[in-house]
Design a protein around this ligand. Structure first.
Ligand code: CTP
Length: 400
């Protein structure tokens, strides 16, 4: 188990979800982790220090000073392999975002060098408030991992977003993090994601419905596994979570091609997940095309195949992964792409699968490799699918 021997700080703040933390601590201990619990005064109203001390097997700290002694928050921050703030109230989130330090949790957070996971918990309106949105983005930009909230019953009696993730889900996220951590250290990775826009005139373009979600999740997983990631991203408002990722924004297939080719030589792993337009307008009109005739034809010409081009110049030490979006004869078409484009793996999406493809939060992929293995994965979140792809990339790297 990936959490065996891992030293975890569980920091509990004032939210009704605190009642779930003894169970969370118990799961961590069962998974082999060593756990120390920190509690704010407000959290102490929702959950008893005695329960937490009992399940963790360690005294619970709730103040920087305890009686006559001083709890060394710096030492605690250095001791931990990970700090999990669960639940993280709106109040604590605001303090983390602004660097305030008026309790032991903030003090340990500020001095911790380990990865920090934040599991927010609050009512839906608080969760959606612009200041909470801003604080989430701020703490994310510091490199902290935000554990997505879940939808369901809230303490207010309302049903909505803002529930703390279930302890089992936090545990699995944490174990996933440690499974691949450092496995791609020292390697560089290049990911393409999103759509491309091919201009027709100054106000119109040919595009597609890609949101970039899948590729952005892959970039995050590669970075979490230690790779130095560059993400060449088509027009989308989405951004990766990991602040270490270098994002190069492009608009058209030509721009994406140029950005990719410029760095492909120094790349160990390339994952081309962008939905690149296959055709672009032969000429882009200088002025807006006016509505005059009943019919209008636009002459299109092929764009450069980025995946195919990388396949042609691929170095034996490089790992090249492509996607295939198919609507019929899916596996046969994907297999053809695998060999023709000289890729090491193709992740196949079929538009015939419900919940898969553009815009969904879930995806159903089949992974095809050069050893003729065809691995059909069940419907899963795009984050889980990204993890499955990165797991396979690690396997391909180990086999080199
Ligand atoms: N791709 C690319 N450059 C292009 C078109 C596609 O790099 N100009 C990449 C995509 O990022 C994806 C893979 O090629 O990894 C397959 O894309 P897909 O559109 O399914 O296949 P095509 O090669 O375009 O073939 P077809 O449209 O005939 O299915």
């Amino acid at each position: 188990m990936s959490l065996k021997g891992k030293k975890i700080i569980v920091a509990v703040t004032g939210s009704i979800a605190a009642y779930k933390t003894p169970h969370f601590v118990r799961l961590l201990v069962k998974a082999g982790a060593k756990v120390k619990v920190l509690l704010t005064d407000a959290a102490g109203q929702f959950v008893s220090p005695l329960s937490l001390a009992t399940v963790s097997g360690n005294p619970v700290l709730s103040s920087v000073t305890d009686g006559a002694s001083w709890n060394n928050h710096v030492e605690l921050g250095l001791w931990a392999d990970a700090m999990v703030i669960a639940p993280c109230s709106a109040n604590t989130l605001g303090k983390l975002a602004s660097g305030l330090c008026d309790n032991i949790i903030c003090a340990v957070y500020l001095s911790a060098r380990c990865p920090v996971f934040i599991a927010p918990a609050m009512d839906e309106d608080m969760w959606k408030h612009p200041s909470t949105r801003r604080n989430i983005e701020t703490v994310r930009s510091y490199g902290n991992h935000i554990i997505p909230t879940e939808f369901g019953e809230l303490a207010s009696g309302l049903v909505g977003e803002g529930r703390m993730a279930e302890p089992e889900n936090i545990l699995s996220l944490l174990s996933d993090f440690f499974v691949n951590k450092g496995k791609l250290e020292g390697l560089t990775a290049l990911v393409t994601a999103g759509p491309t826009y091919e201009r027709i005139d100054p106000v119109r373009f040919i595009g597609n419905f890609s949101t970039g979600k899948m590729g952005i999740s892959i970039a995050d997983e590669l970075a979490d596994a230690g790779a130095n990631v560059t993400l060449v991203l088509g027009p989308t408002s989405r951004r990766p979570e990991n602040p270490s990722i270098n994002v190069i924004s492009v608009e058209s297939a030509d721009e994406m091609y140029a950005a990719v080719l410029e760095i492909s030589n120094q790349t160990d792993i390339a994952v081309l997940s962008a939905a690149v337009a296959d055709y672009k307008a032969e000429t882009i009109a200088d002025n807006k095309i006016k509505k005059k005739t009943d019919d209008l034809s636009i002459s299109l010409t092929k764009t450069k195949d980025i995946l195919g081009s990388l396949g042609k110049i691929k170095h034996p030490s490089q790992t090249l992964v492509g996607f295939a979006l198919e609507t019929e004869n899916e596996v046969a078409h994907a297999q053809k792409k695998l060999t023709e484009k000289n890729a090491d793996m193709i992740a196949l999406n079929s538009l015939n699968d419900t919940g898969a493809g553009f815009g969904h939060d879930t995806n159903k992929i089949t992974l095809l490799k050069r050893d003729n293995t065809v691995n059909s994965l069940p419907l899963m979140s795009k984050k889980e699918a990204a993890k499955a792809i990165v797991d396979q990339i690690i396997e391909l790297r180990n086999a080199k």
